[in-house]
Write a protein of this length. Structure first.
Length: 423
């Protein structure tokens, strides 16, 4: 009877182990560098900071979603199951720049209790890849005790979940932050770094500041609005959709793929958002069309271009000149904008022009911004690729946008800032 009972128990355990989905993720240091293993197989992150367009991510060859807070987990995990993706589960920690006090133990304890519930709920999810504890906690901060709070969460995760690594993500890297995280956060396995124009220097800085664990690009993409040429009224000059796509391709090949300390990257932003403009970080246009940056990531991840590619916007001119930082016009004066654009498949293009007030709602660190209002101006003639208009009568800063759409869900964009001013 004892033998039969033992056989029954052994069989039951075998059945349970086979029916339970495996999801073990480990970081290993090998002769060739650091590598991530998922269920015993090498796993290189081809990821995106995504709030939607999950199907397109999977079709492009992407394999992972990065979120920023637990309020995004339900949808992210549901979509990960549907499209066979993994989730870097971001755990939002409130930031000092937003008024959170990391010297107040009661406030920290309340935050920790909220976090624990979410971790326990999702720790065994089969699509969980890793935990991301905090995002850009070093942005405009003064109190290094924030890293103690990160370590408290990481220690808790190690106790309840031994199968998924921990990460904290910084706004770029600094010697001070690396030193603090190394000293105060021994339970952090991976450093996440959000890097834009500084991406080319990141690998050298990681080495210089002696980060001795692997890292991941938590966000990367076009240059940040704080890193580009600005007008005399502080409006940043934005690349058009073609220029951004060329930049994404070069940055990924030159500064991400070849670093043995890097476990992969999450491109930003796989979706659309208003941040200085509606298009600055948006890889999809506000009404859902994909831009050339999505095509480029498809090629980099999958090795092939999508069947139908986005329009190529070569240039935009204003009164016959290429965009320049300081364009001043008088109220009510006539001006002409021209766009040079073509489609690889010769699809017909729908072209739309728009003038908005320059934004005054300037968030920090990705904070929510409101799209600026449309300007009051007069259209003289709209000939698709040539647009003639009378400048707004009200003095102030504006931005002219051009959007182009094919009939296959693809789009392109460009814009330029200008200022209406009386002589």
């Amino acid at each position: 009877m004892k033998i039969i009972k033992r056989i029954f128990i052994a069989t039951l355990l075998l059945i349970l182990s086979c029916s339970s989905p495996e999801n073990h993720v480990k970081v290993k240091k090998e002769d060739s560098g650091y590598h991530l293993y998922r269920n015993g197989k090498p796993y290189y992150i081809k990821g995106a900071g995504a709030l939607d367009h999950y199907k397109e991510l999977a079709e492009a060859g992407g394999n992972s979603i990065r979120t920023w807070g637990a309020d995004q987990w339900e949808e992210a995990f549901e979509m990960a199951e549907k499209y066979d993706l993994t989730v870097s589960a971001g755990i939002w920690l409130d930031q000092e720049r937003q008024g959170f006090d990391y010297s107040d133990p009661d406030t920290i304890a309340q935050q920790f209790e909220r976090i624990k519930k979410s971790i326990l709920k999702y720790k065994d999810h089969p699509k969980l890849l890793m935990w991301g504890i905090g995002n850009e906690l070093n942005l405009h901060y003064t109190n290094p005790d924030v890293w103690n709070a990160v370590e408290e969460v990481a220690q808790f995760i190690k106790k309840v979940d031994g199968d998924h690594p921990t990460m904290t993500t910084t706004a770029f890297v600094g010697k001070k932050e690396i030193s603090e995280i190394k000293q105060r956060c021994p339970s952090i396995d991976i450093l996440g770094v959000n890097a834009y124009a500084g991406l080319s220097a990141l690998s050298d800085l990681i080495d210089k500041y002696e980060w001795n664990k692997p890292y991941i690009l938590g966000e990367w993409g076009t240059f940040g609005h704080w890193e580009v040429t600005k007008t005399s009224w502080d409006a940043p000059m934005e690349m058009n959709s073609t220029g951004k796509a060329q930049l994404y391709r070069k940055e990924y090949k030159d500064h991400i793929l070849n670093d043995p300390q890097c476990l992969g990257a999450y491109v930003f932003l796989w979706g659309s958002k208003q941040e200085r403009t509606p298009t600055w970080y948006s890889m999809f246009l506000p009404d859902g069309q994909k831009t050339m940056t999505v095509d480029v990531m498809h090629y980099l991840w999958d090795g092939e271009w999508p069947e139908n590619r986005s329009p190529v916007l070569d240039s935009l001119k204003f009164d016959g000149y290429m965009p320049k930082p300081n364009i001043f016009v008088e109220p009510g004066t006539k001006h002409q904008a021209q766009v040079w654009i073509h489609d690889s498949e010769n699809d017909s293009l729908k072209i739309e022009w728009e003038i908005l007030h320059e934004t005054t709602d300037k968030g920090v660190g990705g904070d929510t911004e409101k799209k600026p209002d449309k300007a009051n101006f007069t259209t003289v003639k709209d000939q698709k690729k040539t647009f003639t208009f009378l400048a707004p009568q009200k003095e102030g800063p504006y931005r002219l946008f051009i959007y182009a759409y094919d009939n296959e869900g693809n789009g392109a964009h460009a814009n330029l800032p200008f200022y209406v001013k009386n002589k």
